[in-house]
Design a protein around this ligand. Structure first.
Ligand SMILES: [Zn+2]
Length: 183
């Protein structure tokens, strides 16, 4: 199909086109709609799509290509070299013990912390400013103390990183551009 949109089927009754912030075209369609009908709908909206794409391009520049397997391997190697150091540094400040550290590249999250204090981080963090990488490290380490997003949890974070909320906001605003390039 032209434009190669992501097709998301659900219980909805109508079909709808949308251009995501990362420049990817998304079609939301009713469950039973056929591929051919979806394609016809997309083709009949070419004008709208071209206009939306060129507006997106003028605002954000050309969409960047997906990361290659080789790039992701490099980011992972870099993350394995950098992140454990940052974790050790902040764990010491926070006074917490942690388990294993794993590096992955999930499409929707930057980090996680399991009940056994296994920490997982997205390798794309290495492509961002260190302040942002650190903010994710501190967030996940504080989950070892508080397995929730309560006031207590954020108080722990702010104790070692008073500007945490600014960093979090920056991650939210630039993060999608990186996640959107995962294959
Ligand atoms: Zn969290």
């Amino acid at each position: 199909m032209k434009y190669n949109p992501d097709i998301i089927k659900s219980n909805r009754k109508t079909i709808q086109l949308e251009l995501r912030a990362d420049g990817k075209l998304v079609v939301r369609a009713p469950k039973r709609m056929s591929y051919r009908d979806i394609e016809a709908y997309v083709n009949s909206n070419e004008q709208w799509i071209d206009r939306a794409l060129s507006k997106h391009r003028s605002l954000y520049g050309d969409p960047l290509p997906p990361y290659t397997e080789k790039e992701l391997e490099e980011f992972t190697a870099l993350a394995k070299a950098v992140i454990p150091q940052r974790v050790a540094y902040y764990a010491n400040l926070l006074g917490v013990n942690y388990g294993k550290i794993t590096i992955r590249h999930p499409k929707t999250r930057w980090g996680s912390c399991s009940a056994k204090a296994t920490l997982s981080f997205n390798c794309l963090l290495t492509q961002m400013p260190l302040e942002i990488l650190d903010s994710v490290v501190v967030h996940e380490l504080c989950h070892i103390k508080q397995m929730n997003h309560s006031k207590k949890f954020y108080d722990e974070i702010l104790r070692v990183m008073p500007d945490y909320f600014e960093r979090e906001k920056r991650l939210k605003s630039i993060g999608k551009k990186y996640l959107g390039r995962l294959p």
